[in-house]
Design a protein around this ligand. Structure first.
Ligand SMILES: [Zn+2]
Length: 248
């Protein structure tokens, strides 16, 4: 969707993980247990207004995921067709084309994988309570100076999402322009092993489009399907009005 080009701050956050966890991807920064504890030491519980903002963003994310999943599931079941916008989004974010019969046959497995991942993310968001969120008042500097708006440890059994205080402000929820909170939640939650186990293979619109363009064969396309940012852009693209309430 064209409006993505107006987003001044594509996702800039770092994913941290425990050093003992299996190696997964070079792009993520590895922290020792002591570093992780130091990193999260200042984190606090949500304040009531922060909870309201995150809750509203989560409700929108679940609604968007539900709509998109219904469409994809109906297509896979042979009871419904995909709209042109969904066709375009599948190609743009995952390199999945469905124009020809052989493409539809070849890409069925990838669509199933996508449905599986999105359903996992939705289940988690439906199950999460305020205990799954922590506010980290000192995000950023500990992770190489990259501005961090949110981060998770994918192997965290408590499945906690750490969020910068600046991210959970009502103004972000109102416009979804500077930080699209529903999109951010989908990105972060997709990292957990229990949802999609997604990686950070590319941040931002251009990197995600490149991942999809570089897709050659089923293996290449599967890479975009494993990228947290690509999953969140795909859902946001198809639920633009819901995620950007005062922008239309
Ligand atoms: Zn990430």
């Amino acid at each position: 969707m064209q409006a993505y080009g107006q987003d001044p701050t594509p996702s800039r956050h770092a994913l941290v993980r425990l050093e003992k966890a299996p190696q997964r991807v070079e792009a993520t920064r590895s922290l020792s247990v002591a570093e992780w504890e130091a990193r999260t030491r200042d984190a606090r519980a949500l304040r009531p207004e922060e909870l309201r903002v995150l809750d509203a963003a989560s409700v929108r994310a679940v609604a968007g995921l539900t709509r998109t999943l219904s469409e994809l599931n109906a297509y896979l079941a042979g009871t419904g067709a995909l709209g042109p916008q969904t066709h375009r989004a599948l190609t743009r974010w995952f390199g999945i084309g469905l124009d020809r019969a052989w493409m539809r046959r070849q890409n069925r497995g990838l669509l199933r994988q996508l449905v599986h991942e999105l359903a996992g993310i939705r289940r988690a968001l439906q199950r999460f309570s305020e205990d799954n969120f922590r506010i980290d008042p000192t995000p950023g500097p500990a992770l190489g100076g990259i501005y961090t708006r949110a981060y998770v440890n994918p192997f965290d059994r408590a499945e906690q999402v750490y969020v910068a205080p600046g991210a959970v402000q009502l103004k972000n929820l109102d416009t979804g322009v500077i930080i699209n909170l529903s999109q951010m939640l989908i990105h972060e939650v997709s990292h957990f092993e229990s949802t999609a186990g997604a990686l950070d293979l590319g941040y931002g619109i251009r990197a995600c489009e490149r991942l999809a363009e570089q897709a050659t064969g089923v293996f290449g396309r599967a890479r975009a399907l494993r990228n947290a940012e690509s999953l969140s852009y795909f859902v946001s693209d198809l639920n633009w009005n819901e995620f950007h309430p005062s922008r239309h």
